[in-house]
Design a binder for this molecule. Structure first.
Ligand code: BG6
Length: 298
């Protein structure tokens, strides 16, 4: 188990993860959860006294493919990238084990710091397209909220351009009964049509939704459509120019081998991102960090 730091704080335990991988179980004073080493993938977040916040597919696998559900880390490209020809989809970061370089806790939070560099993705699908000096730092903090911080550092000698998305699958009772508030008036690239429009009202899920919403750092609220005054969750962001909103709905899900046909109403993806026009170019010696904080029920 050489990938682990020698000592974990009492609130963190090594457990068997998905498909024979390693995972870390977190039992903090404010929340508990699980992070797989494969993809540094958060697969559970449960606030004390509350319910599971993340959706996981019962068919999820952690092999050469990404884990379906939880929080896949899409990096250093999103989908097929700015060029439209990158593989695998959403980059190699979500299909390789990350290194845990630090773990600590205090009275309120438990913090896990993962790292991924060129050497870690060598031999993995798309690993040859990972720029040589690029290092990713990912800090997952379990507190009353789930706080995610993805940093990209260019330790090389040439410019590096990266895209990033924290592809969070949020568990909902029925996606048709929820709405996303906070994006009103934003410019939206509809990935289904390739067209851009201005968001009119809250985002709802009466059919397939696959949108890149250009919205810098503003908070978003997931609400019940019956009672918009009742927040199911609030997402706050820093350093992010986009939010990707996605649900495959009934037709697309039938082509997805790792999601049961009837499971699509149970989740919505709200992805804190910097993609396409907001891809970040890092000069040698510079870095950029993107933060997403999910506060259930506020
Ligand atoms: O099946 P994947 O690679 O996990 O991607 C799922 C979805 O991820 C979303 O972020 C994209 O906007 C969608 O276009 C894509 O279908």
């Amino acid at each position: 188990m050489s990938d682990f730091i020698a000592e974990l704080p009492p609130s963190v335990t090594r457990i068997d993860g998905l498909d024979g991988g390693d995972a870390l179980r977190v039992d903090g004073t404010r929340s508990s959860g699980v992070v797989q080493l494969h993809g540094a993938h958060v697969t559970s977040f449960v606030p004390v006294g509350g319910e599971e916040m993340l959706w996981m597919s019962p068919l999820a696998k952690a092999g050469a493919s990404a884990i379906r559900g939880g929080v896949p880390v899409c990096f250093p490209w999103f989908g097929s990238g700015v060029s439209g020809e990158m593989k695998p989809s959403h980059g190699p970061a979500r299909v390789v084990p990350w290194r845990l370089v630090e773990a600590d806790d205090d009275a309120e939070t438990v913090r896990l710091h993962f790292e991924l560099s060129h050497a870690d993705v060598a031999g993995a699908p798309g690993g040859d397209r990972w720029p040589e000096g690029l290092v990713a730092h990912y800090v997952v903090t379990f507190g009353e909220a789930l706080a995610l911080e993805l940093g990209a550092v260019n330790e090389g000698s040439v410019d590096v351009t990266v895209e990033a998305a924290l592809h969070t699958y949020l568990r909902v009772a029925d996606v048709r009964q929820v709405a996303v508030e906070g994006a009103e008036g934003s410019s939206v690239l509809d990935q289904l049509t390739g067209r851009t429009h201005t968001q009119d009202g809250a985002v709802v899920f009466d059919g397939e939704v696959d949108s890149i919403v250009h919205l810098e750092d503003a908070p978003l609220r997931l609400v019940s459509r019956d009672d918009a005054a009742r927040s199911l969750l609030t997402l706050t962001r820093e350093g992010s120019g986009d939010v990707v909103v996605w649900n495959p709905h009934i037709e697309k899900v039938s082509a997805m081998g790792d999601v049961p046909d009837d499971a699509w109403p149970g989740f919505v993806c709200l992805e804190t991102a910097n993609v396409r026009d907001n891809a970040v170019t890092l000069a040698p010696g510079t870095s950029r960090t993107m933060r997403a904080t999910y506060v259930p029920g506020e």
